[in-house]
Design a binder for this molecule. Structure first.
Ligand SMILES: [Zn+2]
Ligand SMILES: [Zn+2]
Length: 350
């Protein structure tokens, strides 16, 4: 079954929202991107966007209405799951990585990322949080399947490779789908991008005629800002000692993908959270840069969201087995906690 979306619900090309950013100065003005590199205009809305009925396991996914939703584009660690090293290890079989090689298996996880998709006055908006090393593979897997086409903005949590390594892949969008993509990034991470993606930050170094991603950088601070009519509240956290990462709150959805410590002042921003999406690297303990499941559950008990979906799981987290254990907490403590998986779509209130 194929559901066609009405044209009004389709995504329009991204427009400049620089003036809507609070407490920041745009690094590049919209005017800097006003020229047309292309002689033809491929930037038309996708009138073929559709939700298809084929799901992760080949079964029909729950089709969301045209209301807001979170799409989990990736839920795994930096190296991805399965790990290549597990599949080539002659001495030890890794059960989770082996399972992850099966098509549609929920242990198959790419870099942590979500898409916030919501209707606005100008159509459906797609706000991406992080474009990591595997972004091309992520998009290849989910964009055609879910009828996604435009990227109206990208919000960056931090500047590790599994969060920004895919910025170069955005060239396919800005060359063939839309003029540019606004990127929302903290100053410290923008400084990193100046080195890792210097040619995307300063396109004057690019050989004339060569096509690179047309990104429009907007510096964010640790205060709320607006992206295409959506209020986004940064949730500052520590991701290792002395290293800051940002979670983000959209409506009553709180997303914290990379965290080892939540500062006291951030808890007040997590009040009345309906859906918490939280880092949980491994089943037994935390690492120096990520919550493990026991610590993540402690935080859930403290934050008290209505529902929690964990993300950022490594290969020690077997999807079905861990979820079976987590289900027991619903009975014993009333905790609604589960692991997310790549391709999961959750209707939300924004
Ligand atoms: Zn493994
Ligand atoms: Zn990181």
């Amino acid at each position: 079954m194929v559901l066609l979306l009405p044209p009004a619900a389709l995504s329009a090309p991204a427009s400049c929202t620089v003036s809507r950013i609070l407490c920041k100065a745009p690094i590049r003005s919209a005017a800097a991107f006003s020229f047309k590199r292309l002689r033809f205009s491929p930037f038309t809305p996708n009138f073929h966007a559709r939700f298809r009925s084929t799901g992760v396991n080949g079964a029909a996914p729950e089709l969301s209405s045209l209301g807001p939703e979170i799409i989990f584009l990736g839920t795994g660690t930096s190296e991805g799951i399965p790990r290549v090293s597990c599949l080539t290890n002659p001495l030890k079989a890794c059960e989770v990585c082996l399972k992850a090689t099966e098509p549609g298996n929920k242990n198959r996880r790419l870099n942590t990322s979500i898409l916030v998709r919501y209707p606005s006055t100008s159509g459906i908006r797609n706000i991406l949080v992080d474009a990591g090393k595997f972004f091309y593979h992520t998009a290849l897997r989910w964009f055609p399947l879910f009828g996604l086409r435009t990227l109206d903005a990208v919000i960056i949590t931090h500047s590790h490779a599994d969060a920004i390594g895919g910025l170069d892949d955005l060239r396919d969008w800005t060359n063939n789908v839309q003029h540019h993509i606004p990127i929302y990034v903290a100053k410290r991470d923008f400084e990193v991008m100046k080195k890792t993606h210097y040619y995307l930050v300063d396109t004057s170094v690019v050989t004339p005629g060569a096509a690179v991603s047309e990104l429009q950088f907007n510096i964010i601070e640790e205060v709320p800002f607006i992206v295409h009519d959506l209020k986004v509240t940064p949730l500052p956290v520590w991701h290792g000692q002395g290293y800051r990462s940002l979670g983000f709150r959209f409506g009553n959805v709180c997303y914290i993908s990379d965290v080892s410590e939540i500062p006291e002042e951030t808890y007040s921003l997590l009040k009345d959270c309906e859906l918490l999406i939280l880092d949980a690297l491994r089943p037994d303990r935390s690492s120096s840069t990520h919550f493990g499941l026991p610590r993540a559950l402690e935080e859930v008990r403290k934050i008290k969201p209505r529902q929690t979906l964990f993300t950022g799981m490594m290969h020690l987290m077997d999807h079905d087995r861990v979820n079976e254990d987590l289900k027991k907490l619903k009975i014993s403590e009333g905790l609604d906690v589960q692991l997310s998986y790549d391709g999961l779509r959750v209707p939300v209130n924004l």
